[in-house]
Design a protein around this ligand. Structure first.
Ligand code: ATP
Ligand code: MG
Length: 379
């Protein structure tokens, strides 16, 4: 039997090995079903078998081995390797993990194939397998280093960009706020100025998140300027601001009982803004959103609730990681996937914790903040 037929006839077994390997590559695959992990692998194997049966000239073979096959838009559209890459990106695999999956796929095909061969053929193939493994290992090491360098350069660029955007954005916000003070402004102009203010506020929040992301990814701690403050007052402010930026949103503050503590006011506002913003943006459209403040002498507790479909299993384990967001394409267009990452950094810096619960009845994010931060252990 030739290898292409062998692949076709043993697809189920090969896919099982692929699935088992994918689970070891990414610890956060707990929430994924076998279907999600095998996704396009079946189509991929079928395409490989077809490709192996297609006759090719020596020149074509050489071009393919050097990765120089001419680009074809039609092939790109139907190429299972392309859709597989898209799925893996969405599921949170990084480049090294995706490449090692292909290595595992090749290894399991070769293992199965050689196990059914005669002794003489097997000796030659064993050597070829060892050669393949050595090349694969070198490839994986290079990819790891390469992506680390690219990531670092990108993060530095984002940091510089975010930093440079701050001043012009501040000027936009200040000027629009100044215009709003003009009593003679007609309704249309006032509406326009108001929209400038709320959009600029949204942009500054994104820029702040971006800067914090680059700062923490580059290994710097999140700086805190703690002072005695009132949680209820900040909460009220943030809620009103989110209502202004999201037309039609109504957010209920369930407990107005004041909660005092020693925290970084700006950071707590950023944390609340990310959580309340998420509840409004990702919860059911115009559904109820509430913020509840409670606590005791040691800590304050904040719970933000919204209705709407539960957070998908595949997102749960990674939800606090950067650049992770849901698959809602319309909303994903404006979503960076940094809000919860930053929220967690802020909570951690204050010595608290953040968790969530999501069921068909609704989603809630709960934060606990010690009223007075314990002295940080010297690292
Ligand atoms: N309250 C919520 N209800 C339902 N889904 C949520 C909620 N909060 C977060 N999610 C899901 O978690 C994902 C990650 O949230 P996160 O705040 O980190 O990023 P984002 O809101 O998509 O983008 P950004 O906050 O950077 O603008 C969201 O895209 C959404 O799918
Ligand atoms: Mg968000």
């Amino acid at each position: 039997m030739d290898l292409a037929d062998f692949i076709d006839q043993n697809r189920a077994e090969i896919l099982q090995a692929w699935d088992a390997y994918a689970r070891t590559v990414l610890p956060a695959t707990d929430g994924f079903t076998a279907v999600q992990l095998r996704d396009d692998a079946d189509a991929l194997l079928a395409a490989i078998a077809v490709d192996m049966r297609t006759s090719q000239s020596a020149a074509e073979q050489k071009a393919k081995s050097e990765g120089k096959r001419p680009y074809s838009a039609a092939r790109a559209r139907t190429n299972p390797a392309h859709s597989h890459a898209g799925d893996r990106l969405h599921q949170g695999f990084d480049l090294d993990q995706m490449i090692s999956e292909y290595r595992a796929l090749r290894a399991s095909v070769i293992r199965l194939w050689t196990s059914r061969m005669g002794e003489a053929d097997r000796g030659a193939l064993d050597q070829l397998t060892r050669f393949n493994e050595a090349i694969d290992e070198a490839l994986a090491d290079s990819v790891e280093r390469y992506t680390a360098e690219v990531d670092r350069a990108r993060e530095l660029l984002l940091g510089a960009l975010g930093h440079d955007l701050r001043n012009p954005l501040g000027a936009v916000l200040l000027s629009a706020t100044y215009l709003l003070r003009d009593e003679a402004l007609d309704a249309a102009a006032r509406g326009a100025a108001q929209r400038i203010v709320s959009s600029a506020r949204r942009m500054s929040r994104l820029v702040d998140d971006l800067l914090d992301f680059t700062r923490t990814r580059l290994g710097q701690p999140l700086p805190l300027a703690v002072e005695p403050m009132s949680l209820a007052a900040v909460c009220e402010e943030v809620v009103r601001e989110v209502e202004t930026t999201h037309r039609g949103a109504v957010v209920q503050v369930l407990s107005k009982e004041d909660r005092q503590g020693t925290w970084d006011r700006g950071r707590v506002a950023q944390l609340l803004s990310n959580l309340v913003g998420n509840a409004v943006e990702h919860g059911a459209a115009f559904g109820p959103v509430s913020v509840e403040l409670s606590g005791d002498a040691q800590e304050a507790r904040i719970v933000v609730r919204n209705s709407g479909p539960p957070i998908p299993e595949s997102l749960r384990a990674r939800i606090f990681q950067p650049m992770v967001h849901g698959s809602d394409r319309v909303r994903a267009a404006s979503s960076v996937g940094l809000g919860l990452y930053i929220a967690r950094q802020i909570v951690d810096a204050h010595g608290g914790d953040i968790s969530f619960e999501s069921t068909p009845a609704g989603t809630s994010f709960a934060v606990r903040l010690p009223r007075h931060r314990r002295q940080q252990e010297p690292s």
